[in-house]
Design a protein around this ligand. Structure first.
Ligand code: 6PG
Length: 241
């Protein structure tokens, strides 16, 4: 499916558009399959979206929240993506704790936690080893360097094709991350990107000759919908080919 690119006039309008996007896709999933599954992105951009979701009246008991990547820190650490989403959103709504599926970061070996989360996904989605479940919605951000989730340029995580979860690496710091094939199995992938610092990476990603090893977000070509939600500052010079 060809990517759709929406450039919104400012970050407030971007977040309003993202809120409608998330709620409509999760509500549709619940109507079709009885539940909605969403994988969250981390970083700073999605925080106002999570704060807006906290003000929605949704059937939280039918929504399951996962993370697409996580810094390898305790769940209450200031850098934790889990902590940010809980404080901004999940602690404010009546969602069962059993519906919240944080990435484990307590083992001494990140590979062990990556395997544990992979096992949790396989059990939840009832898929066999080597099969990739389809999330209803995967939210992604974009780093200034073109990374997404914790899939960083020229790292081994970019070539992992037979796992759901792998260990990413940012400046020597381990991270857990969805793999490219898992992301690409999603029914809907939505990038939420704001700020002028993303312009250069976006320009490269939408250029035909971009090297995905250098701009890993280029590898994201899902089976289902691919929607880029950009604010003007990030997307004003974009000419999607
Ligand atoms: C993370 C994210 C990462 C993030 C980008 C953009 O754990 O940091 O998942 O992929 O989305 O780095 O981060 P900002 O939204 O802070 O610019």
């Amino acid at each position: 499916m060809a990517p759709q690119v929406d450039v919104l006039i400012n970050k407030q309008i971007l977040i309003e558009r993202a809120l409608v996007c998330v709620t409509t896709r999760i509500t549709k999933a619940i109507a079709e399959r009885g539940q909605g599954t969403i994988a969250l992105s981390g970083g700073s951009t999605p925080k106002p979206l999570y704060e807006a979701l906290a003000r929605q009246a949704l059937p939280w008991e039918k929504i399951h929240v996962f993370w697409g990547d996580e810094r390898y820190v305790p769940g209450d650490h200031p850098d934790s993506n889990q902590r940010m989403a809980r404080l901004a959103w999940l602690d404010q709504v009546d969602i069962p704790e059993a519906n919240i599926h944080p990435m484990p970061t307590a083992a001494a070996d990140p590979e062990q936690d990556a395997q544990a989360y992979e096992n949790e996904l396989a059990t939840f989605f009832q898929v066999e080893a080597g099969h990739f479940p389809a999330f209803d919605l995967v939210l992604l951000g974009l780093g200034d360097d073109g990374h997404t989730a914790s899939l960083f340029p020229h790292t081994p995580a970019l070539t992992v094709g037979d796992r759901l979860i792998t260990v990413g690496n940012k400046d020597g710091q381990p991270r857990l991350t969805f793999t490219i094939p898992l992301i690409n199995q999603a029914r809907s992938v939505v990038f939420l990107v704001a700020g002028a610092s993303k312009q250069q990476a976006l320009g490269e990603i939408f250029a035909l000759e971009a090297d995905p090893q250098q701009y890993p977000a280029r590898y994201i070509q899902p089976q289902g919908e691919l929607l880029w939600l950009l604010d003007q500052a990030a997307g004003e010079n974009l000419r999607p080919s």
